[in-house]
Design a protein around this ligand. Structure first.
Ligand SMILES: Nc1ncnc2c1ncn2[C@@H]1O[C@H](COP(=O)(O)OP(=O)(O)OP(=O)(O)O)[C@@H](O)[C@H]1O
Ligand SMILES: [Mg+2]
Length: 416
């Protein structure tokens, strides 16, 4: 048979037992170090199995603290138990990062209450919101039981669309009681502790009847989580000494993000696999870390407006020339040259100062104000690793609104 480029990849044994288990999308049924949180939520939601209305809740915690995983696990158990004992509970999980208007959430909830053979019938847009709401209430009533509505990443919705939806959902039991036996509770999930500041006090007190705070995992806890997942996902003996510990320590350094820890261990294992090795070593974790960081930053830079890209580029170019702690004026100098090079008009230095704070907010650069005694205060700007200047330049060149007039390598001068 003719040789095929995939041949030896296919015959090489994988280091994974089941890679899916190592992805974020997998829903684990064992969640170490979340006992306290699970207990608090369970204690409230058990009311649904008694036919009572559980309190509305808000779950808070940093990203990767297991909020989504915990509520999905609890709701699956709740639904099962309800079926078993003839007390139907209908949990619905709404991701408000993607479903982010009042209309769309209501339509999503309404369509989730159809029987499996029925077609989604509330249109994506077009009905008056009141009609969608009435339809939802009718369907909830028809289905009966207790509806548990989880609004995940609720802070996005509130910041984008205000709190009308929450007001309506928090009062929905009044409508349901008029119609029949169905009841409803709302669980909001947020990684912004202060998001309730955006809420009307009436909504705030109704939604936040009970708060559960998910504390960030520490390195030891992340190790336990990784070990448990790796037992199912990665062949035994594959993870070399210190690999789990390093992945956990790196993820704990940021903010105890289990998602980051999982990415690190999965990508490290892929790296070892790609280089044809049987054991994942610390060096593979380092490679994984670089790749993950680059993957995260690239889309952010890609979507920056053209002028922002040029400002970022100017910071990087200064650094490439060996300069650190660059002042705004120095960035501006290079930026002006870059504009000339790309045949675009330059903005004023004041605007560049704004754009620099924007880049700072996005975490692409670090700018701190330092006092220079009698010379007043000034900014010291540094890029945040690991943005590569080459990648940034490629993205600038790919930006159609920036047409380089001189082709070839740039020839800017920095800090004369
Ligand atoms: N205790 C745990 N045991 C096993 N896996 C966990 C645990 N906590 C979190 N994970 C896993 O880590 C990943 C991130 O968790 P999850 O999505 O629940 O975080 P989150 O708190 O919802 O974060 P975000 O605020 O960013 O949505 C998921 O893949 C989840 O399965
Ligand atoms: Mg989540």
């Amino acid at each position: 048979m003719e040789e095929n480029i995939f041949d030896n990849l296919l015959t090489r044994p994988s280091l994974f037992i089941n890679k899916e288990v190592m992805r974020h999308s997998h829903s684990p049924t064992e969640l170490p170090h979340r006992d306290r949180e699970i207990k608090a939520i369970r204690f409230n939601l058990v009311e649904a199995l008694k036919g009572q209305i559980p309190s509305n809740m808000i779950l808070y915690g940093v990203t990767g603290a297991g909020k989504t995983a915990v509520i999905r696990f609890i709701n699956a158990q709740l639904e099962d138990k309800g079926k078993q004992i003839g007390k139907p509970v209908n949990p619905v999980h709404v991701n408000c990062r993607t479903i982010d208007t009042q209309y769309r959430v209501l339509a999503f909830l309404g369509n989730s209450l159809l029987e499996s053979y029925e077609k989604e019938d509330i249109p994506f847009t077009g009905w008056p919101t009141d009609r969608v709401f009435d339809e939802l209430v009718n369907r909830m009533n028809r289905r009966g039981g207790v509806h548990v509505i989880v609004l995940d990443e609720i802070d996005h919705l509130v910041k984008k669309a205000g709190d009308d939806l929450l007001y309506n959902l928090c009062n929905i039991n009044d409508d349901l009681k008029r119609l029949g036996q169905a009841r409803c509770c709302v669980i909001g999930i947020s990684n912004d502790l202060k998001f309730t500041e955006y809420l009307d006090p009436r909504v705030k007190s109704r939604l936040g009847q009970e708060d559960v705070i998910f504390s960030p995992y520490d390195a030891g806890q992340l190790s336990d989580i990784l070990e448990k997942r790796a037992k199912e996902g990665i062949k035994s003996g594959v993870l070399g000494d210190g690999v789990v510990q390093l992945c956990s320590a790196l993820a704990a350094q940021e903010h105890g993000d289990a998602r980051r820890a999982l990415d690190l261990i999965r990508v490290s294992t892929e790296k070892a696999e790609q280089s044809g090795e049987d054991v994942v070593e610390v060096q593979h974790v380092r490679m994984a870390q670089n790749q993950i960081e680059c993957d995260q930053i690239t889309p952010v830079i890609k979507t920056l407006p053209p002028q922002q890209k040029l400002v970022l580029f100017s910071v990087l170019l200064n650094e490439r020339n060996g300069l650190s702690n660059i002042a705004t004026g120095e960035v501006y100098e290079i930026y002006r040259q870059a504009c000339k090079h790309y045949g675009t008009n330059n903005l004023t230095q004041r605007r560049i100062t704004d754009l620099l704070s924007n880049l700072d907010m996005l975490g692409l650069i670090n700018s701190k104000t330092v006092s220079r005694g009698r010379y007043g205060r000034s900014k010291e700007i540094n890029s945040c690793m690991p943005i590569s200047i080459d990648a940034t330049e490629l993205m600038i060149n790919a930006d159609e609104s920036l047409n380089s007039v001189e082709k070839g390598k740039y020839r800017f001068q920095s800090r004369l």
